[in-house]
Design a protein around this ligand. Structure first.
Ligand code: ATP
Length: 271
């Protein structure tokens, strides 16, 4: 509970600096880059690993850890880098990035090249749920990162990651269901879904996909003594998603106040 409180505080500070960067002097800066299927987030920490600035943009340059628009990805990261450099009046040099678990052999090289081509020195490349746990500091349980394209699961026992997995169901699938049910174009469905005022009404429509995500969690945690599920990732922002997951998995399920920024901040902390 203590670590969840600290995590919530850290994320709240980050949300503040996205709006208003802290411009105090720091000898060095660490940038966490989350190149996601739906969203690219840059989180900047100072020499004491305190959040000082951040920026994010919805984009379609990466799909499930695969860079599908290399030039677009480089341009976007460079753009966000320059935007933050102007705000902080400094050059950002060091960066860490992440990948959905199990995709490093597939595309770790491309993510690395994007980060380096955008002008950063890459100091670390780690998997998303492991990055999230840098903030959550779970010693026993499962970190479940429900992103845009995929759901990543990392099982932690006695502070050690004992299993990582990634399955292709995430927020994009929820948007596709909304697009079908409400006869909306995909982008409009995405926007509709992200508006919290629609969440109560959407939960009924989205229940089958959330149950599918739950069945993935059940499958992947089989054989492990998982006493708690900790939700992160943009899709976990959906109000009461944790209630359905807890009910279907039978495992107590927790989520931070804003699950969307836990992974990018965890990446920055690992820089
Ligand atoms: P992946 O990890 O699968 O590569 P990603 O890193 O882009 O994807 P995140 O940034 O963690 O994933 O989450 C993006 C997803 O979260 C998108 O599907 C987006 O629509 C969804 N999302 C973001 N904010 C909200 C919100 N407030 N309510 C519901 N869904 C949201």
């Amino acid at each position: 509970r203590q670590s969840m409180k600290a995590c919530n505080q850290f994320v709240a500070e980050f949300e503040q600096v996205i709006k208003k960067p802290k411009k105090h002097f720091s000898k060095t800066y660490y940038t966490g880059i989350d190149l996601g299927t739906a969203c690219v987030v840059l989180a900047v920490l100072d020499e004491n690993y305190e959040p000082v600035a951040g920026a994010y943009r919805y984009a379609d340059v990466v799909r499930d850890g695969m860079v599908v628009d290399y030039i677009g990805a480089v341009e976007l990261v460079r753009e966000l880098k320059e935007e933050l450099e102007q705000k902080l009046k400094t050059e950002l040099i060091y960066a860490a990035a992440s990948l959905p678990p199990g995709t490093d052999e597939l595309d770790g090289g491309a993510i690395k090249n994007v980060v380096q081509s955008a002008g950063f020195e890459l100091t670390n490349l780690l998997d998303e749920p492991t990055a999230a746990n840098q903030l959550l500091k779970i010693t026993d349980g499962a970190v479940v990162d429900i992103g845009g394209g995929t759901t990543g699961i990392s099982i932690v026992e006695k502070g050690q990651v004992v299993k990582v997995a990634d399955e292709a169901t995430g927020g994009t699938h929820l948007s596709l269901v909304i697009a079908g049910a409400y006869k909306l174009a995909f982008d409009a469905a995405e926007k509709y879904k992200r508006n919290e005022q629609h969440h109560d009404e959407l939960l009924t429509v989205l229940k089958p996909v959330i149950e599918k995500i739950s069945s993935i969690i059940i499958q992947q945690t089989k054989g492990y003594n998982v006493e708690g599920i900790y939700l992160v990732g943009g899709t976990a922002c959906l109000k009461n998603i944790e209630t359905i997951i807890e009910k279907t998995t039978g495992i107590p399920t927790y989520k931070p106040t804003n699950p969307m920024f836990v992974t990018p901040l965890g990446i920055a902390v690992s820089c």
